[in-house]
Design a protein around this ligand. Structure first.
Ligand code: UDP
Length: 247
C-alpha cells in the first residue's frame, strides 16, 4: 500500500491517513519485513519540534509515518486547508496493533514506563488479546551505558513490533538513534500508553474525546501537565498565523 503524500503543518510532515489506512500500511511493511518508524504527532509534539531543530529534522527525514494524533493536529491541518480524514490517536493505534499482532503471531516488545508498568501493560494486553506474544519488557529508566544491552535484549527477543513508551521527544530520539541496530520492523513511540493499559492512568471518557476535550481531562487529572499544555494556545496562534500567510 502506498502511503499518502504528507501535508505540511508548521513545516512538519503529517500523513493524512485514516486509522485503517495506517494499520494497512504498517501491516504491509511488517509482512514485507520493511522497517517502519511511526510517530503519532499531537500538537504538543508539533510544538516541541518548533524549538528543537534535531527533533524537527528527525520528523522530516527519519519518520516513515507521522500520523495526526489529537484534536489539535486535526484542527491545525484542516485550518490550513488540508483534508485530514480523522484523528489517529497513538493509544488507539497501539491497541489495534496489539490485536493485529495477536492474530498474526507477531511478537511484541514493551519498552518504557516506570519499573513494573511495561509488565503490567503486557499482562493486560495478553488478557485482552488472546494469543498475544509478549517478546519482552523493559522499563524506561536507564543509563546511556545500558543502551547496548537493551538493544541486544530487544533483538534477541525476536520481537516484530517495538513500542517505546518514553514520552516525546525522548522515545523518537531513542528509536532514531538506534534505528540501524534495531531488528523489530515496527518502531513506534506511544508516550504514556503503558500507564493507561496497565490501569494506572485513565483515558478520558468517550464523550470528552468526541468533544475534543481529552486535553482538558488530562489537565484535570494531572495538573503537573499545565506547563506542557501552554504549548497548545501557542500552537493555535502559530496555525492561525500560518493560515493568514497562506491566504
Ligand atoms: N518515561 C520513561 N522514561 C523516561 C521518561 C518518561 O519511561 O525517561 C515514561 C513515563 O513513565 C510515562 C511516559 O514515559 O509512562 C510518558 O508519558 P506522558 O504522559 O508524558 O506521555 P504522553 O502520553 O503525553 O505522550
Amino acid at each position: 500500500m502506498q502511503k499518502k503524500q504528507a501535508v505540511s503543518i508548521l513545516d512538519l510532515p503529517v500523513h493524512p491517513l485514516t486509522m485503517e489506512e495506517a494499520i494497512t500500511f504498517i501491516q504491509t511493511s511488517v509482512q514485507a519485513q520493511k522497517p517502519v518508524f511511526v510517530v503519532t504527532a499531537n500538537a504538543e509534539i508539533l510544538m516541541l519540534a518548533q524549538d528543537d531543530p534535531a527533533y524537527k529534522e528527525l520528523l522530516q527525514t527519519k519518520a516513515d509515518l507521522v500520523l495526526p494524533d489529537g484534536a489539535g493536529t486535526v484542527w491545525g491541518g484542516r485550518t490550513l486547508g488540508y483534508d485530514i480524514p480523522e484523528r489517529v490517536a497513538g493509544y488507539d493505534l497501539f491497541l489495534r496493533l496489539l490485536d493485529v499482532a495477536a492474530h498474526q503471531g507477531w511478537p511484541v516488545y514493551f519498552f518504557g514506563g516506570a519499573p513494573g508498568i511495561a509488565e503490567a501493560a503486557a499482562a493486560t494486553g495478553r488478557v485482552r488479546y488472546p494469543g498475544l506474544k509478549v517478546a519482552g519488557t523493559h522499563n524506561g529508566y536507564f543509563t546511556e551505558e545500558q543502551v547496548p544491552e537493551i538493544v541486544a535484549a530487544i533483538n534477541a527477543s525476536g520481537a516484530q513490533l517495538l513500542f517505546a513508551a518514553l514520552g516525546a521527544p525522548k522515545q523518537e530520539k531513542w528509536l532514531a538513534a538506534q534505528a540501524e541496530k534495531l531488528q523489530p520492523c515496527l518502531r513506534m513511540g506511544i508516550g504514556g500508553s503503558f500507564d493507561v493499559l496497565a490501569g494506572k492512568v485513565k483515558r478520558a471518557p468517550a464523550w470528552m474525546q468526541e468533544a475534543r476535550l481529552e486535553w482538558l481531562y488530562r489537565l484535570l487529572k494531572q495538573p503537573s501537565r499545565f506547563t506542557r499544555m501552554l504549548a497548545l494556545p501557542q500552537f493555535v496562534v502559530r496555525i492561525l498565523t500560518a493560515k493568514h500567510k497562506k491566504d
